[in-house]
Write a new protein. Structure first.
Length: 128
């Protein structure tokens, strides 16, 4: 859900008028996203739209949905000519972010959950 939901925000940002004057508002935020989003020392509750609800019938269906959404995102990244640095959309915690930063957020959000999965699997009570 986060792959496609966050990517929709990138698309929304690209529809806003370009505003190079806002670049100063997001200066240095790339590094903040890269450092803070994957950091599991601070917990966040996912918005309701992203919370698990059993949407997929099987792990295979879930994996396919993730891979399909990731492919859309990667195809966009590989082929876009959009000026990602001059279009902005506010994040509820991080404030204004440009399109490039939203794409960084997608990647680091996935890395955050990968680390979470590894933590769960490393627990001694995790089934072997």
């Amino acid at each position: 859900m986060s792959e496609s939901t966050l990517f929709a925000l990138v698309q929304k940002a690209m529809q806003s008028p370009a505003d190079p004057a806002k670049r100063e508002l997001v200066k240095g935020k790339d590094q903040v996203i890269l450092a803070k989003v994957p950091d599991r020392s601070q917990k966040f509750k996912a918005p309701e739209i992203l919370q698990p609800t059993g949407r997929w019938a099987s792990e295979t269906d879930l994996t396919k949905a993730f891979e399909d959404a990731r492919k859309v995102n990667m195809d966009y990244i590989r082929t876009t000519n959009d000026d990602l640095r001059d279009h902005f959309f506010d994040h509820p915690v991080l404030g204004p972010m440009d399109g490039y930063q939203w794409l960084l957020l997608i990647a680091t959000h996935s890395a955050r959950h990968t680390a979470q999965i590894e933590e769960v699997k490393a627990d001694p009570n995790f089934p072997k």
